[in-house]
Design a protein around this ligand. Structure first.
Ligand code: TYD
Ligand code: MG
Length: 448
């Protein structure tokens, strides 16, 4: 019998009937992967019991008891703990710390029965890793296994409170004849895990690797299936790691968790701003402090800029942790609205700590840092700022202004620049200065 084969794009999930070098839908090269069609009756989740139509008002909700993960940061991102029977996908680049996070969380769950199934590492390797991490797991079971059926069998006999499968790309089901790591295997395994999780009410955390383009391998395929998608990100050369919920059926996606990778595993960072600010900024030019909001958490971020005369030809513009197109836009504003010529200068921008910041409210700090470096005048150290910069050089309102002011106050700043006209509370101990245009901010900061 001829097995039917289709091709599916691992980037966008589009199907094609023949092998193509380039996906006709998203235009990515080399992403069309062979997929074996499964012709099996048992595929899909079987209906459980009779369905019944009822009035919304009459549905009584007993909030499912959530499982405490013994980690404030993880609980926060999950929306208050792990929901029984839910399927969580933990994604991230290789080497970022997914296995460490997963193992550490299980190790800190006290005497709860938990299972860690790894298709990547041997039992000895897992043991070695666990020796570096703090925690006294009494009932943590580990198994090195690549067969999904066997993993589920172990879960059936053990009846653990949580199961971690590390990683979905290294396990396979015997039910289909496709290579491990292929799209069909990844999808089929995830579907079978989901069915098992719902039937036994056991929550599963499945680890997934991200491709170099920054998406989970077979992203569309897995994102539909799972309840929650967590992304673990950060720069490998720095110690900070941010855990973000990209999708969450049981909570908001605006919470983030911050961790620090240390010798003995991941440490939770409850007051990130304190760590991100260097203590000795006195007299240094090119450094400004921005109050950003990541998710719903205010963070104080150190923005560093360096400008120098371009040695030859085209000047360089380079930025780490901040969108480089946005940097170019800000430099244009600087030139047009303040009359500051940067044409023949190299500009380097860096967000300290290796964080990536998407909040446009750090615009003002970026602009001011560039100016400060260029004029070689240090900014006052007691002042931080928040505000998006528009093309006309106006400073635009930002969200969560009160939280930003509160965070600045908490970290000992005595002045904060905010967009003019934005309603805010008055907080004792910190002077709030409203600025309408970048020229106002510049005048006020560089007046000495
Ligand atoms: P790992 O969890 O293996 O990454 P992933 O599963 O996402 O591929 O973590 C990899 C890095 O973490 C590795 O380079 C070593 C580092 N690490 C520490 O710094 N401290 C520790 O306690 C552990 C266990 C790992
Ligand atoms: Mg790993």
């Amino acid at each position: 019998m001829k097995a039917s084969v289709t091709y599916t794009c691992s980037n966008c999930g589009a199907h094609a009937s023949q092998a193509l070098g380039r996906c006709p839908v998203c235009g990515e090269w080399g992403t069309m992967m062979e997929e074996v069609q499964v012709q099996e009756k048992s595929k899909g989740v079987r209906p459980r019991g009779e369905s019944k139509v009822q009035k919304l008002q009459e549905v009584s909700v007993t909030e499912d008891q959530r499982l405490d993960m013994h980690s404030t940061e993880l609980n926060r991102v999950l929306g208050g703990g792990l929901v029984p029977g839910s399927l969580v996908l933990l994604g991230g680049e290789p080497g970022i710390g997914k296995s460490t996070l997963a193992l550490q969380v299980l190790m800190q769950m006290g005497n709860a029965v938990t299972l860690y199934a790894s298709g990547e590492e041997s039992v000895k390797q897992i043991k070695l890793r666990s020796e570096r991490i703090a925690g006294q797991p009494e009932n943590l079971y580990i198994v090195a296994e690549t067969s999904l059926e066997k993993i589920l069998e172990h879960a059936k006999t053990l009846k653990p409170e949580v199961v971690v499968v590390d990683s979905i790309q290294t396990i396979g089901t015997e039910a289909i004849d496709a290579t491990i790591g292929s799209l069909s295997q990844v999808r089929e395994c995830a579907a079978r895990i989901l069915q098992f999780a719902k039937e036994t009410n056991t929550p599963f955390v499945i680890v997934g690797h991200i491709t170099k383009e920054g998406s989970l391998a077979g992203p569309k395929v897995l994102e539909h299936i799972v309840d929650t998608v967590l992304q673990f990100e950060g720069d490998q050369h720095y110690m900070y790691r941010v855990l973000r919920a990209q999708k969450n059926r049981f909570g908001s996606t605006s919470e983030i968790g911050i961790f620090e990778m240390q010798q003995d595993g991941l440490r939770e960072v409850t007051n990130p701003s304190e760590l991100l600010l260097s203590s000795n900024r006195d007299g240094l030019s090119g450094i400004s402090i921005a109050v950003a909001v990541e998710g719903v958490r205010p963070l104080l971020i150190e923005v560093q800029a360096l400008t120098s005369s371009a040695a030859y030809g085209t000047p360089q513009r380079s930025s780490t942790g901040f969108d480089s197109r946005r940097l170019n836009m800000l430099l244009a504003v600087l030139e047009k609205r303040i009359g500051f010529k940067l044409l023949m200068k190299d500009v380097f921008l860096n967000i300290a700590g290796g964080l990536k910041v998407n909040d446009p409210a750090i615009d003002l700090a970026v602009l001011v840092a560039v100016l400060s470096s260029s004029m070689d005048i240090a900014l006052p150290t007691d002042c931080c700022m928040t505000g998006e910069v528009g093309l006309a050089g106006e400073i635009r309102p930002v969200n969560r202004i009160d939280q930003r002011i509160g965070e600045a106050k908490k970290l000992g700043f005595s002045r904060i620049l905010i967009p003019a006209g934005q309603k805010h509370q008055t907080v004792k101990g910190i002077q709030v200065i409203e600025v309408a245009r970048v020229t106002d901010a510049v005048r006020m900061l560089f007046k000495q």
